[in-house]
Design a binder for this molecule. Structure first.
Ligand SMILES: Cc1cc2nc3c(=O)[nH]c(=O)nc-3n(C[C@H](O)[C@H](O)[C@H](O)COP(=O)(O)O)c2cc1C
Length: 393
């Protein structure tokens, strides 16, 4: 706007005045570059900035069907050329472990996603669906016919306080998947990715983080298998990589990303050598040429709390050939630093973006931020704590 006004003024004055104004304009120091607000080419996607909406479960998809109120929620957080990752979305009827999380395995769900995706596209956003299976982080109440949740193991998970700090989640002992059943689960991810394309998404993020099914195969604290999906690092990564391959073959590797949290140990899902695990995964991912790898910071070892740690994602960032996204406890300042120092290409923001629908604008202006309200993260209201966080104006 300021440039436009100056241009109008210049057009209305005589030549000598024009010269004086342009000298004055030239003398102004250039606006400082804000690294997070610089463009980035992510495969075939031209991103206009590097601030990504992290996947955020909101538990407002009643009966596992996305609801019309999500149109406003996501479109509020959309900018032209900005990347958004939708909340974790179940790949099948065995994938759920929380109330009212969305799915993408039925045509009703696919149809319900369409207007939400359209809302993002109408504002020029790029929208990926995060496809998910919780594995043993579930109980019989969420499972078809009250069956046991499936996992890499039959080791049960001890009851845990939910991240709202109040509810205690109870888990049923899981049933260890037989080797011959694993291709069916891989296929569920493939079909979910196909459905995501049908719904209009630009791509999918395979949820390989946070102690859910894929992580239950990756990590040696949980995976106690003796078949070709357990034991060695190569064997533990096989399930994740078969999903990457199947999904890439279905929709094209240029539309596939993955989220990993090698250092986290949520859901009693830790690894004795997270650095080796992270490196093995990114080196293997390079063979498939997927478009991005999204990693959660080692400081987010436990849910939502930052810890001091000597570990870093830098070796994985350096080893990965595609776009690298980091997440976990980022502020405006350290997001800018991460980009400026080439620690990452993009930075995903969770809680700050949840509470600040216009986060990129606020970062641009270095404006104050709304505070998030943890109490309404997972309530079912379609407005409160969801679409009622104020914009700057
Ligand atoms: C309310 C809430 C819901 C979340 N849901 C998901 C999810 O569906 N999928 C996922 O991979 N991570 C999920 N996370 C983790 C966030 O994507 C992010 O990694 C985490 O909040 C740390 O980033 P932040 O410090 O910017 O919030 C969730 C976090 C919160 C607070």
């Amino acid at each position: 706007m300021a440039c436009y006004r100056l241009f109008q003024t210049i057009n209305n004055v005589n030549h000598s005045e024009t010269k004086r104004i342009s000298v004055m304009a030239a003398a102004q120091p250039p606006a400082p570059v804000i690294p997070l607000l610089t463009p980035h080419k992510m495969g075939k996607f031209e991103l206009s900035h590097r601030i990504v909406l992290a996947p955020l479960t909101r538990q407002r998809s009643f009966g596992n069907v996305p609801q019309p109120h999500a149109i406003l929620y996501y479109s509020q957080r959309t900018t032209k050329g900005g990347l958004l990752i939708a909340e974790a979305t179940g790949v099948s009827d065995t994938a759920q472990g929380y109330p009212d999380t969305p799915g993408i395995w039925t045509m009703e769900q696919v149809e319900a996603w369409k207007p939400i995706v359209d809302g993002v596209h109408d504002k020029g956003g790029i929208f990926f669906s995060q496809i998910w299976h919780v594995g043993r982080v579930s109980n019989e109440g969420f499972q078809p016919n009250g069956q046991a949740p499936i996992s890499s193991t039959d080791k049960p998970l001890t009851p845990q306080r939910r991240s709202n700090g109040i509810d205690i989640a109870e888990f049923s002992p899981p049933r260890r998947l037989r080797t011959d059943e694993i291709p069916q689960i891989v296929n569920d991810f493939r079909i979910a990715a196909k459905n995501a394309m049908e719904a209009g998404f630009d791509g999918v993020e395979i949820h390989g983080a946070h102690g859910y099914l894929i992580d239950q195969f990756l990590k040696d604290q949980v995976n106690d298998r003796t078949d070709r999906y357990g034991g060695s690092l190569e064997n533990r990564c096989r399930f994740a990589l078969e999903i990457v391959e199947a999904v890439s073959n279905e929709i094209g590797a240029d539309r596939v990303g993955i989220r990993l949290s090698p250092f986290a140990n949520y859901g009693e899902c830790g690894d004795s050598n997270p650095e080796a695990l992270g490196l093995y995964m990114v080196e293997s991912l390079n063979k498939y040429g997927i478009v991005y790898c999204h990693m959660v910071e080692p400081r987010m070892k436990t849910l939502a709390e930052k810890l001091e740690t000597p570990h870093s994602l830098l070796p994985m960032r350096k080893a990965f050939n595609g776009t690298f996204i980091v997440a976990g406890g980022y502020s405006r300042e350290d997001g800018n630093k991460a980009v400026a120092e080439d620690y990452s290409d993009l930075v995903a923001y969770g809680r700050l973006f949840l509470a600040n629908p216009d986060l990129p604008k606020r970062f641009e202006l270095d404006a104050p931020l709304n505070k998030y309200n943890r109490d309404t993260f997972y309530t079912s209201d379609s407005v409160i704590g969801y679409t009622d966080y104020p914009f700057l104006d």
